[in-house]
Design a protein around this ligand. Structure first.
Ligand SMILES: O=C(O)CCC(=O)C(=O)O
Ligand SMILES: [Fe+2]
Length: 279
């Protein structure tokens, strides 16, 4: 299996992108419309936030799940015992955010959501009829004006050498949401599990945009679009001293959206959060 970047402006971009999603669970785009200067500047400013003491004033609120999740409360992926080596900030337009970072992050949130709608349109247009007939409404309308779509700013600190043996930056997992949109991080490490059981590096050239399918699209498409297992491995050698910042946008439908005969977006999310011990 090979993950090749699709040129966003190519005439057959939609078809090739959706084919990649279908066969690998991932799609990689180049020449997409999201501003790289904006992404670099977000990385830089949020590195400053994570390096600061004031970050602790933004500790997450358990009832609304917005704000900073410090390293000591970081996630334990389903089926794993060790905590991931990371800290992260959950940004929602209605949630907490340092004043000096809000405008820029909201700007990125809006740009990424705009592109996400185009990509959901591509997925819908290239779903076979027996699959698109399963969608209770168009995929892009599922996320339209959703207040659940989450932008996560992730910081993986440099390795200190005293990490718990067996702990990694992000243990193997699948995303819960419809689609995840992620600009290439400032350091490598993201890997996807191929159908052959081999881990494959996701191309991370600066400027690439990585898109992956989450469990909700798998559910809504009756399994046609597979949600894919991925992880972030620890750096080795000289890279151990480097931080890694990444910026996934998790597209979440409005709570009342019907995903399948079994689930609404809300009932699905609650079931998964319960499994993860988060509620
Ligand atoms: O940091 C990355 O590259 C991926 C992060 C991720 O998979 C997640 O937060 O769900
Ligand atoms: Fe993920």
């Amino acid at each position: 299996m090979k993950l090749e970047a699709v040129d966003f402006n190519a005439p057959d971009a939609a078809e090739r992108f959706v084919e990649s999603l279908r066969s690998t669970g991932f799609g990689v785009l180049k020449n997409h419309p999201i501003s790289q200067d904006l992404v670099s500047s977000v990385y830089e400013n949020w590195q400053g936030f994570f390096d600061s003491e004031e970050k602790m004033q933004y500790r997450f609120k358990p009832e609304t799940q917005d704000g900073l999740f410090p390293a000591e409360v970081s996630e334990v992926a389903k089926g794993h015992k060790k905590r991931d080596i990371k800290e992260f900030f959950h940004y929602y337009p209605w949630g907490q955010c340092p004043d000096d970072l809000r405008e820029q992050l909201q700007g990125y949130y809006d740009e990424a959501n705009g592109l996400a709608k185009i990509l959901l349109g591509w997925v819908e247009a290239h779903s076979p009829e027996n699959v698109s007939s399963l969608y209770s409404q168009s995929l892009s309308s599922m996320v339209d004006c959703s207040e659940q779509t989450l932008l996560r700013v992730l910081h993986y600190p440099p390795m200190k050498g005293d990490e718990d043996p067996g702990a990694i930056r992000a243990a193997a997992h699948e995303d819960i949401n419809l689609l995840t949109i992620l600009p290439a991080a400032n350091e490598p490490g993201l890997q996807v599990l191929g159908k052959d059981g081999e881990w494959l590096d996701v191309p991370c050239d600066f400027g690439y945009l990585i898109v992956n399918i989450g469990d909700m699209l798998q559910e809504a498409s009756g399994g046609y679009f597979p949600s894919t297992t991925h992880r972030v491995v620890n750096p080795e050698g000289a890279d151990m001293t480097k931080s890694r910042i990444s910026l996934p946008l998790f597209l979440h439908p409005k709570p009342e959206v019907v995903l399948s005969e079994r689930y609404t977006a809300n009932s699905y999310l609650m079931e998964r959060l319960r499994e993860l011990g988060l509620i």
